[in-house]
Design a binder for this molecule. Structure first.
Ligand code: GLN
Length: 566
């Protein structure tokens, strides 16, 4: 189909036409920065995007970041964590890519469903429109229908008027078949929006060949060329490297990749991702981007609090060992937000937190003492399914009996309820119906509204829910307020039939959802620090606002270590 035959109704009106139609004044124009990746995956586009956004925010620009993922799942909610790392959850209940966690941790601004779109969601939406007959009998095609849908979604946050700058990270690597519709959409948008309103940053790798003792630019030249074949000229090159780029090499990259010398930005390996904003500031990434967008530099970025955090992170006064008991421990990305929350809480306590991954499948009564004796705190992680749960129950028991600070998140809280029911109440077969449908004591069971659900995607209890906290509880001491809101992602719940019985036996329900009565927090009084939460506090921990449970848990671990030494 010829592009010229597309009915005008279905072509997004180019923004520059819109502007000419109104007042020809571009000051209100949201500016767009696209981040593409070249050479290889895993270069850290999310961290570069978040760092640039941090600098722009610190200069006074209202900035947000969104990610477009080129896979066919409608969202990552149905993906095994081994496939794509942790599934991050936003306040509005979107199950998203873990990069949104980085955006929130850096910017301290909540993201939403609009910040993460996959090819699956794009196709679903276009196919639903086709079924409704919205394309008026036309042949539905990748260009223009899929690309228009992508363009519309890219501009959704920008059109809200809430942001001066929208950074869009395009997942995948340039040259991938599945990235092509995104690259074409970016090309069209750069054209639609016009010069100075949209720029492209290409993140690439400069490999070091040890045998030759040299950094190599050829892969970058090729990936810039691939981008150009799709009609996109990179405005800025961000070069990931293990070694400093010489002046000569920077000049060479500028010449062969068709960018200004000042737009060749080095991104050298850093000891922590939180150092990247300062490294990008030194390299002038924000200044070059603003210049290309024809925006004033405004004030120098205010990074005072950020730098205080970094200083505390790098100069710890204490060290603690925290056992992270889970079943996805082989892959760091599966517990990304938990690991980052420990970094924030560590800095808040001027403490280096060594997170020791412990595979729950490898724990049993014969080895638990040896595996756990050096731990100052035990966190039992979230998870799904039966594999490794007996090890998690053993870990809770160890923490409870040995008075080691304990923190259970989601499945971790459910394991604490089961452990207490089995070993304190004496219900030997107590379980969650997720693991054993026929248990005589289903202390954790499926929520009523979940019983009729058959679809797996997007059907859990998701997003922000309120919780009322009992005064005189550990939870109240931690939060310092009676009502909180935290993010959820689960199907099973503490069975209300057992709450009173377990409370009489010492397992306190200290946080309850005010509307449903569901128990969201449990704790034990006769213990230095024992808390389980049905929600995921790790999603809300940021550099600016370390999560109070993590902060207090690390403080309890420091105290526990001191007591043990005495
Ligand atoms: N599998 C449990 C549930 O669905 C816990 C989920 C989780 O830990 N996120 O309730």
């Amino acid at each position: 189909m010829e592009r010229s035959s597309i009915p005008i109704k279905f072509v997004l009106l180019p923004r520059f036409l819109h502007n000419y139609n109104t007042n020809n004044n571009r000051m209100n124009q949201t500016k767009y920065i696209f981040v593409t990746g070249g050479v290889t995956s895993s270069l850290g586009k999310g961290i570069i995007a978040a760092s640039l956004a941090k600098l722009l925010q610190a200069r006074g620009y209202r900035t947000t970041i969104q990610k477009f993922d080129p896979y066919l799942n409608v969202d990552p909610g149905t993906l095994n964590p081994y496939e794509h790392g942790e599934c991050y959850v936003t306040d509005d209940g979107a199950e998203t890519d873990l990069d949104l966690g980085h955006y929130e941790r850096f910017l301290n601004v909540p993201t939403s469903q609009a910040n993460n779109v996959t090819t699956g969601r794009i196709y679903l939406s276009v196919i639903e429109k086709e079924r409704r007959g919205e394309f008026l009998g036309k042949t539905v095609q990748v260009v223009p229908h899929i690309t228009n849908e992508i363009k519309e979604r890219i501009q959704l946050l920008g059109n809200s008027g809430d942001y001066d700058i929208v950074i869009t990270e395009i997942g995948g690597t340039v040259g991938d078949i599945e990235s092509l519709p995104y690259i074409e959409s970016v090309r069209q948008l750069v054209w639609d929006l016009g010069e100075h309103n949209a720029i492209v940053i290409h993140l690439t790798l400069i490999p070091y060949l040890a045998a030759a003792g040299e950094l190599k630019t050829k892969p970058t030249q090729h990936s810039v060329k691939t981008l150009m074949e799709s009609g996109i000229k990179a405005d800025i090159l961000v070069c990931r490297t293990e070694h400093e780029l010489s002046e000569e090499l920077r000049n060479k990259l500028a010449l062969f990749c068709n960018v200004k010398r000042e737009a060749v930005i080095q991104s050298i390996d850093a000891s922590t991702i939180y150092e990247v904003p300062s490294l990008m500031l030194e390299e002038g990434l924000d200044v070059v981007a603003l210049k290309k967008l024809d925006l004033p530099k405004k004030a120098a970025p205010d990074l005072k609090n950020w730098n205080t955090f970094l200083r505390r992170l790098k100069n710890p006064k204490h060290t603690v060992n925290i056992g992270l008991v889970g079943k996805y421990v082989e892959m760091q990305d599966c517990y990304k937000s938990i690991l980052e929350a420990f970094i924030h809480a560590g800095a808040a306590n001027e403490t280096k937190v060594n997170v020791i991954s412990i595979h729950s499948e490898h724990i049993d009564q014969s080895n638990i003492q040896e595996k756990f004796s050096s731990l100052d705190g035990i966190l039992v992680a979230p998870g799904f399914g039966e594999r490794g749960i007996e090890g998690k129950i053993d870990a809770v028991r160890y923490a409870r009996e040995n008075k080691v600070p304990f923190f259970g998140i989601c499945l971790g809280m459910q394991m604490a309820i089961i452990e207490y029911s089995r070993n304190v109440l004496g219900y030997a077969d107590a379980n969650s119906t997720e693991m054993n449908e026929h248990t005589a004591h289903p202390v954790v069971n499926l929520m009523e509204e979940q019983k009729t659900i058959t679809d797996k995607g997007g059907t859990m209890r998701l997003g922000a829910w309120k919780c009322d906290i009992k005064k005189d509880s550990l939870a109240y001491k931690i939060y310092g307020k009676e009502t909180i809101s935290e993010r959820h992602r689960h199907r099973y719940e503490y069975n209300s039939k057992y709450v009173a019985q377990l409370e009489n036996a010492g397992l306190i329900a200290s946080g309850v959802n005010p509307d449903t009565g569901l128990v969201e927090i449990i704790e034990i009084e006769d213990h230095p620090f024992f808390i389980g939460v049905q929600y995921h506090p790790e999603y809300k921990s940021t550099v600016a606002n370390p999560h109070p449970i993590f902060v207090n848990f690390v403080a309890a671990a420091v105290q526990s270590k001191k007591n043990n030494i005495k």
